[in-house]
Design a protein around this ligand. Structure first.
Ligand code: NDP
Length: 329
């Protein structure tokens, strides 16, 4: 396993990590969660990602039970939570968003559910235009001062919003955000390859990227319809089908699949390796899996990384035709 520093912080994350969205409670029981986290940890993964909203808190409860049972040295792994969407079916005011009240209460609830004394990483799961950025930065700083979280960051914020948080942090000598959790995969490139470039250069930014397989689409398993036991077949996830099963993307994915087979690797391993190819921008790619075979396959991305030569990357670009155009002024 390779470890990379989270932005300009001192924390080292495994370049592949493991997350629980959709899967924990929604698709897998404790036994499989235990098996998957066990494989991940044995292979050197040290970061487990979670959020208050995943299965309305049930995902954190499940991860908490597994961590308790595993009894791993707390200093050997990193756990996150994220606040914004809330963990209740019908939230009333203050049970969602980034107010001081919700950020503090969501942190306390996550700690209780995960059965931990502190979160290593705490994310603002989306920007909240209804809360002054000063309130957000002060709250996250305070939670760190209280030892309830060690590092804070954002998810799906724009570069301008991240820089606004840094401005406030500098103004009041507070701890600013060190990481962002954006979606990044072969079809979703704008934030990582364009918007954040000035942030990487000026203040630094660690990234824990999500959906490296485009929710499973880049595994290639949807090229001939939707398998019954897959995420796209789940009720409530029709929006994923709409987002990913588009003719142009299917055509490109077929070409990527033949490139992978020419290279003698699997498509999911190639697609994941591509997301971690640049150590200066991607800190870690968070993997999702419902079966041990998927996780073991996806971990092979580490072996594919060295074969991503300039020629191979160029061939991928010729297939994708979606590289962000940089405005070099
Ligand atoms: P992926 O894009 O890697 O999709 C993972 C899913 O694809 C699996 O659960 C499985 O679903 C399928 N899959 C994975 N590997 C294979 C394989 N080798 N062959 C066939 N199918 C495969 O990642 P996720 O979308 O799950 O995101 C990863 C993590 O990122 C989440 O768990 C969460 O922690 C985080 N996240 C954060 C968000 C944010 O807003 N900050 C948003 C979304 C995710 P199945 O078997 O059901 O088809």
């Amino acid at each position: 396993m390779e470890y990379r520093r989270l932005g300009r912080s001192g924390l080292q994350l495994s370049v592949l990590s493991f997350g629980s969205w959709v899967t924990f409670h929604g698709q897998v029981e404790d036994r499989t969660a235990d098996e998957l986290m066990g494989i991940a940890y044995e292979k050197g993964i040290n970061f487990f990602d979670n959020a208050e909203t995943y299965a309305n808190g049930e995902s954190e409860l499940m991860m908490g039970r597994v961590l308790k049972k595993k009894n791993w040295d707390r200093t050997s792994y990193i756990v996150s939570s994220k606040a914004y969407f809330g963990s209740r079916d019908k939230p009333v005011p203050n049970q969602t968003g980034l107010s001081r009240k919700h950020l503090v209460e969501a942190c306390h609830e996550a700690l209780r559910r995960l059965q931990l004394d502190y979160l290593d990483l705490y994310f603002c799961h989306r920007p909240d235009p209804n809360v002054p950025i000063e309130e957000v930065v002060w709250t996250m700083h305070t939670l760190i001062q209280q030892g309830k979280a060690l590092y804070w960051g954002t998810s799906q914020w724009s570069a301008a919003e991240i820089m606004e948080a840094h401005k406030v942090a500098q103004q009041y000598c507070l701890i600013g955000p060190v990481m962002e959790q954006p979606q990044y995969n072969m079809f979703e490139r704008f934030k990582m390859e364009q918007d954040y470039l000035p942030v990487f250069r000026s203040v630094g930014l660690g990234t824990t990227i999500w959906s490296p397989l485009a929710a499973g689409f880049l595994s290639g398993k949807y090229l001939n319809g939707i398998p019954k036991d897959s995420r796209f077949a789940m009720p409530g996830y029709e929006w994923l089908v709409k987002r990913w099963l588009q003719e142009e993307r299917i055509g490109k994915t077929k070409k990527l699949a033949s490139l992978a087979s020419r290279l003698g690797v699997s498509l999911p391993a190639l697609a994941i390796a591509w997301t971690i190819r640049d150590a200066a921008t991607t800190t870690t790619a968070i993997l999702g899996a419902t079966h041990r075979e998927q996780l073991l396959e996806n971990l092979k991305a580490l072996e594919v990384l060295p074969i991503l030569t300039a020629e191979v990357l160029e061939e991928i670009e010729r297939i994708l035709q979606n590289k962000p155009v940089l405005d070099l002024q």
